[in-house]
Design a protein around this ligand. Structure first.
Ligand code: DGP
Length: 114
């Protein structure tokens, strides 16, 4: 854990954030600035800076994150579809430098993004 990292602090329960899901490896919680009726962030508890910092040993963790997203989408009634986004690095528009997947849904989403 990095004490300077917002999402490490959230994952460690230091910011009183309500978790929709928690396992040994990950937590899911609502985005502070939702862009759709449903906007959830799924993050690993362990600090990983971004998708670009993943290692071969993170395969199981990533699988667990994807299955968590599928589970959440089902629970939240996103049967008409949803989008999963991992903004990565400066050009990718990443603002919090702790790996996270956005689960976005609840309305018809446009493509391409800006
Ligand atoms: P990104 O731009 O892809 O790095 O997304 C970071 C997201 O994190 C952004 O949509 C807003 C959200 N966010 C930032 N600070 C907080 C916070 O303190 N709590 C919650 N729940 N979400 C936050």
């Amino acid at each position: 854990m990095s004490g300077d990292c917002l999402f490490c602090n959230i994952a460690n329960g230091l910011l009183a954030t309500e978790f929709l899901l928690e396992t040994d490896q990950l937590v899911a919680f609502r985005d502070l600035h939702p862009v759709a009726p449903t906007h959830i962030l799924v993050i690993p508890k362990r600090h990983i800076t971004s998708l670009a910092h993943l290692e071969d040993t993170d395969v199981t963790l990533l699988g667990e994150m994807m299955l968590a997203i599928k589970e959440l989408a089902e629970e939240l009634g996103l049967e008409d579809g949803f989008r999963v986004v991992a903004n990565t690095g400066a050009d990718g528009g990443q603002s919090v430098h702790h790996l996270h997947f956005h689960l976005i849904g609840g309305r018809s989403l446009q493509w391409p993004p800006g």
